[in-house]
Design a protein around this ligand. Structure first.
Ligand code: ZN
Length: 338
């Protein structure tokens, strides 16, 4: 009951990468970098186990960015051809690489690192991949001329990658789709179809993480424009409830999401965000337990997985560790209270 997990990323230690930055550069290179990433992964697995987290992740410490690290393994993308693009419906501008030919995946992207991570623990392990729609909102297109077509092409590649990760022992494959909270019409028209294509044939648990983004300034300013009640999930959950996905996340800690939106996911498990990913304060275990109890007003207890709101890459290492510990303790409190 109340199996705990995290959305995905954890801070990379300051000896490995520039801290508290989304795409902070590596401080090591070559084999030292590989060994450093592995050490960071080992340490986070130990921290997660000690904190009572049930479904572990590698903390994405092998990656610089949750989308671009995957795209670096994909052919058909000109990494040197930069296009300025308004990301997440023009919330912020980024220079991004450009798709200039049909995309293909010449080799597995995350498999070697995942096999190493898998060798370190017998506990359930989750691996995260960027979702097809979010990829298409993070890269420029000069080839497909249609977002749904490009997303479907990426979904096929993601599916190949996911099947290999499953065969290597992934218990949960999670697709990160923050774009789902921005392009709600597109989600219903083609986003769910491309997500279903990405998970096609998988026997492991299939999850999707949707969110309002990391706690960075651009996102925080955007959140201020969303009003008192964030009801975006409501527009996409009915379709997601009919999808092939098993688990859906939503951020419940310090957000303006009315938890009643969970009613639209009656057939799914819910990753309930019980800790925010802003660094200003650490939730208490009692607050975590209170969020779980609030979710229980709308979801049967056995469908609730206490989780973080989002990835924790941009916050200080110690704060993220304290939030993990609060999450584990809070879930234990909620269990004891049943
Ligand atoms: Zn997120």
């Amino acid at each position: 009951m109340f199996e705990t997990t995290i959305a995905g990323s954890l801070p990379r230690p300051d000896w490995l990468a520039e801290p508290e930055k989304l795409k902070g550069g590596w401080k090591l290179s070559g084999d030292e970098l590989k060994q450093g990433q592995r050490r960071a992964c080992r340490e986070w697995l130990e921290h997660q186990e000690a904190a009572g987290i049930d479904i572990l992740t590698d903390g994405e410490v092998y990656r610089r960015h949750f989308v671009h690290s995957f795209l670096h393994g994909i052919r058909g993308i000109d990494q040197n051809k930069k296009t300025v693009m308004g990301i997440r419906d023009n919330r912020y501008n980024l220079e991004v690489p450009t798709v200039t030919a049909a995309v293909s995946r010449p080799a597995p992207v995350f498999l070697d690192d995942f096999k190493y991570t898998r060798s370190l623990t017998d506990k359930p392990l989750k691996i995260t991949l960027p979702g097809p729609m979010t990829i298409c909102d993070t890269i420029a297109d000069e080839y497909y001329g249609s977002r749904p077509a490009m997303a479907m092409a990426f979904a096929e590649l993601l599916n190949e990658e996911a099947r290999e990760l499953e065969a290597a022992g992934a218990d949960v494959v999670q697709f990160d789709e923050p774009a789902f909270n921005v392009f709600m019409d597109d989600v219903n028209e083609w986003g769910i179809d491309t997500l279903n294509r990405a998970v096609q044939g998988l026997q492991c648990t299939k999850a999707v993480h949707i969110c309002y983004g990391y706690g960075i300034d651009e996102n925080n300013r955007w959140k201020e424009t969303l009003g008192d009640e964030w009801r975006q999930y409501e527009e996409i959950f009915p379709a997601l409830n009919k999808s092939d996905i098993d688990q859906v996340s939503l951020e419940c800690a310090s957000s303006h999401v009315p938890l009643s939106v969970m009613r639209h996911l009656s057939d799914k498990q819910l990753m309930v965000g019980c800790v925010a990913v802003t660094p200003d304060r650490v939730e208490t275990p009692e607050e975590v337990a209170a969020t779980i109890r609030e979710a229980m007003q709308y979801v049967d207890a056995e469908r609730i997985l206490p989780c973080t709101n989002c990835g924790m890459t941009p916050i200080p290492y110690d704060v993220a560790l304290a939030k993990l510990q609060a999450l584990g303790k809070g879930a234990a409190l909620a269990r004891n209270g049943l």
